[in-house]
Design a binder for this molecule. Structure first.
Ligand SMILES: Cc1cc2nc3c(=O)[nH]c(=O)nc-3n(C[C@H](O)[C@H](O)[C@H](O)COP(=O)(O)OP(=O)(O)OC[C@H]3O[C@@H](n4cnc5c(N)ncnc54)[C@H](O)[C@@H]3O)c2cc1C
Ligand code: SF4
Ligand code: SF4
Length: 343
C-alpha cells in the first residue's frame, strides 16, 4: 500500500480534504483541478459573521485550501480537466487534458470529487434574473459580500432598504423535475440576510419559503435570531412573478398567499434567489469508463461505482461544507481499506 497512487478529481472542499487526509497517511496523491485555482464554489463565498461567528464554514474551507496549496506531499495539477477514466488491470488510466495536450496517468484508486453545478436562475424566467439588475442569486450575493464587503443594489450602488429572499429556486420544483432539497440554501440565505440586517439596521427582510431545512452548527440560533427580529418577516408563500415597470424604481412581486389563496403585489428594492445545486453537468463525460451511473436525481450513485472508484462531497448529492468534509473523510477510510485489501 505504501507505493499506492490515488488520483483525486476535483479540488473543491471535498477533494482537498481527501488529498490532505491521504497525504497525511503517507499515500501518494495527485489532486486534479480543471480551474486555475483549487477551492471549488466555496472559494467565492463570504464570511457570514454578524455580532459573532455564525459557523458558515467558509473560513474552514479557505484555510484548508491554503494548507493543501503549501503541502509538498500532494502533487497538485491545476488547469487539468479529467476527460476519461478507464479500467486498466487492477487500476485505472486517467486521461487529463492540460493546455491542449492530453496526458495519461495510472492510479490504483480514483476519487471523484467533481462537485455540483449551481442552478441557472435564468431557467425560472418568471423571476427576471438576467433582465432586472437588482434580482440576484445567492451566489451573486456571496460574491458581492466577499469582494465588496457590503450589500448594494447593482442598478445604482445604493444600500437596499427592503430585500426579499425567495427560497427553493431550482429545488423542490416539480416543473423542473427537481424534487430534492439542496440542503444548504436555507442556512446560507438566513445567514446572509442577517449580515444585511447587521449592516443596515433600517433594512427589512422578507423571507419567502415553503419549508426550512436546518443545516450546520448554530442553525437554530440563527433561525431564532431572525424570528425574534421585528424587521425580519417570514412569509410562507410562493412568489409567482417579478416585474419592473419602466422608469419606476423597485421590483414588483406577485405572491400567492398559501394561507388565503389570494394573489398579493409587493414591492422590494432587491430580490435574492436562493438557488440550489444541480448535478455537475460534466459528470456524463466521466461516467462511461468508470461505470458510474446517476441516481434518480442525476447525482452520481455511490452504489454504481466499480471497485477502486470512490465519490466524495456533493458529486453524490447536495451537502453543505461541513457535511462535504465529513463525507470526504468517510471516503478516505473506504479508500484506505480498499488499498489495504489490494496489497
Ligand atoms: C449559492 C450557494 C451558497 C452556499 N453557501 C454555503 C455556505 O455558506 N456554507 C456551507 O456550508 N455551504 C454552502 N454552500 C454549499 C457548498 O457550496 C458545498 O457544500 C461545497 O461547495 C461542496 O464542495 P465540493 O467539493 O463537493 O464541490 P465543488 O465546490 O463543486 O468542487 C468541485 C471541484 O471539482 C472541479 N471539477 C469538476 N469537474 C472536473 C473535472 N472533470 N476535472 C477536474 N476538476 C473538475 C471543479 O472545478 C471544482 O473545483 C452553498 C451552495 C450554494 C449553491
Ligand atoms: S465560520 Fe463563517 S461566519 Fe464564522 S468566522 Fe468563519 S467565515 Fe465567518
Ligand atoms: S435548503 Fe431550504 S431553500 Fe434549499 S431546497 Fe431545501 S428547503 Fe428549499
Amino acid at each position: 500500500m505504501s507505493d499506492a497512487h490515488v488520483i483525486v478529481v476535483g479540488g473543491g472542499i471535498a477533494g482537498i480534504t481527501c488529498a490532505d487526509e491521504l497525504a497525511q497517511m503517507g499515500i501518494k496523491v495527485t489532486l486534479l483541478e480543471k480551474e486555475p485555482e483549487i477551492g471549488g464554489w466555496a472559494a467565492d463565498y463570504c464570511c457570514k459573521a454578524t455580532d459573532r461567528c455564525n459557523r458558515c464554514y467558509v473560513c474552514v474551507s479557505d484555510k484548508e485550501r491554503e494548507n493543501v496549496r503549501s503541502m509538498g506531499e500532494i502533487a497538485l495539477l491545476t488547469n487539468s480537466r479529467v476527460t476519461e477514466v478507464s479500467k486498466n488491470g487492477s487500476g485505472y488510466i486517467v486521461k487529463i487534458s492540460r493546455s491542449g495536450d492530453v496526458e495519461e496517468t495510472h492510479a490504483d484508486a480514483v476519487i471523484f470529487a467533481t462537485g455540483f453545478t449551481p442552478f441557472d436562475a435564468r431557467k425560472k424566467g418568471e423571476y427576471g434574473y438576467g433582465r432586472y439588475a437588482d434580482v440576484l442569486t445567492g451566489l451573486d450575493l456571496e460574491r458581492m459580500l466577499r469582494e465588496k464587503g457590503n450589500a448594494f443594489k447593482p442598478s445604482d450602488g445604493k444600500v437596499p432598504q427592503s430585500v426579499a429572499f425567495i427560497q427553493c429556486v431550482g429545488s423542490r420544483d416539480e416543473s423542473l423535475g427537481h424534487l430534492y432539497c439542496s440542503k444548504a440554501c436555507c442556512a446560507y440565505a438566513l445567514r446572509m440576510a442577517r449580515v444585511i440586517r447587521n449592516q443596515n439596521p433600517e433594512s427589512e427582510i422578507y423571507f419567502f419559503y415553503m419549508d426550512i431545512q436546518p443545516a450546520g452548527r448554530l442553525f437554530d440560533e440563527t433561525l431564532k435570531a431572525c424570528e425574534d427580529d421585528p424587521n425580519f418577516h417570514f412569509v410562507r408563500a410562493i412568489p409567482s412573478k417579478i416585474y419592473q415597470y419602466y422608469q419606476k424604481p423597485g421590483l414588483m412581486m406577485k405572491v400567492l398567499n398559501t394561507e388565503d389563496g389570494e394573489i398579493e403585489e409587493r414591492f422590494f428594492d432587491m430580490v435574492v434567489l436562493s438557488i440550489g445545486m444541480e448535478p455537475n453537468e460534466e459528470n456524463d463525460l466521466l461516467w462511461e469508463g468508470a461505470s458510474l451511473k446517476p441516481g434518480s436525481e442525476g447525482f452520481l450513485d455511490p452504489q454504481s461505482c466499480d471497485e477502486g472508484i470512490f465519490l466524495a462531497g456533493t458529486v453524490s448529492g447536495p451537502k453543505d461544507i461541513e457535511r462535504s468534509i465529513m463525507d470526504a473523510k468517510q471516503t478516505v477510510l473506504q479508500t484506505l481499506r480498499y488499498l489495504e485489501g489490494k496489497s
